[in-house]
Design a protein around this ligand. Structure first.
Ligand SMILES: C[S@@+](CC[C@H](N)C(=O)[O-])C[C@H]1O[C@@H](n2cnc3c(N)ncnc32)[C@H](O)[C@@H]1O
Length: 238
């Protein structure tokens, strides 16, 4: 029996045609596909009727398949000789736990091919007209996870306030008030522009622009909920 490498595919931010050609080809060749809740609608890309599709989504603060179970399934199907594709939203290595899956497969003797994807950190702001860099405006952008409140995670928010480039926050809806307060408290000017974008690149896309001081209230008023990305920095004014 041949053991095929598992293909870990970045599906892009949501619009079905923002997956790479290589990623779409790998989906076509797969017999078993493990999917997440973010990223492209699978049935827009391939005919799923002759494939086994398994939803292993982890919904934020909701229904969730444990990462250990996903890891176990990947190995089990691969060792059974099936052609397995693992489809993730955005890029698999940007807050996607993709490398944990590579490590687990490798530890069990299964090779893994990684196909990068278009990350929401850059493409979602772009879909709302915000470039994360712009000549003469900013020469840096930092992508940061806001899934835990300032002071509880690994991010040094006060250092970020001094970096001077664009700050792109993913998974930061719940803690937006605490995050913006931490940045302002560390010296980021209150009138620094900020844009939040929900469901970027999809038909449900919605965005709001204000300042770092007003962002939390702006998002509430505009009913911006997860999944959303916000960008804090001069680029949001462009
Ligand atoms: C677990 S992270 C995965 C990120 C993904 N690996 C990537 O590279 O885009 C999920 C977060 O990505 C952001 N995200 C992903 N797709 C999005 C979209 N279409 N619109 C807005 N935010 C999105 C949201 O912040 C969401 O909470």
């Amino acid at each position: 029996m041949t053991i095929h490498p598992v293909t870990l595919i970045g599906g892009g931010p949501g619009a079905w045609d923002l997956i790479t050609l290589r990623g779409a080809r790998a989906l076509e060749e797969a017999e078993v596909i493990l999917t997440d809740h973010l990223g492209p609608e699978l049935s827009r890309i391939v005919d799923v009727r002759d494939k086994e599709v398994i939803d292993v989504a982890k919904l934020p603060y909701g229904r969730s398949v444990a990462q250990e179970e996903t890891n176990r399934l990947l190995v089990e199907y691969a060792l059974a000789g099936r052609k397995v594709a693992r489809l993730k939203g955005g890029d698999p290595f940007v807050f996607g736990r993709g490398f944990e899956e590579v490590q687990h497969l490798t530890a069990h003797g299964v090779a893994c091919e990684v196909i990068p994807g278009v990350t929401s950190a850059v493409s979602v702001p772009a879909a709302a007209g915000v470039p994360v860099t712009h000549r003469g405006v900013t020469h840096a952008f930092t992508v940061v996870s806001g899934h835990v409140a300032p002071g509880e995670g690994l991010v040094d928010w006060s250092a970020l306030a001094r970096v001077g480039g664009s700050i792109v926050v993913v998974m930061g809806v719940r803690h937006v008030a605490a995050i913006t307060a931490a940045l302002i408290g560390a010296g980021l000017p209150r009138d620094t522009p900020a844009t939040a974008v929900m469901e970027g690149t999809t038909l449900a896309q919605r965005s709001v622009t204000g300042s770092v001081e007003t962002l939390a209230a702006d998002m509430t008023r505009a009913e911006i909920s997860s999944p959303a990305v916000y960008v804090i920095g001069e680029v949001a004014r462009l």
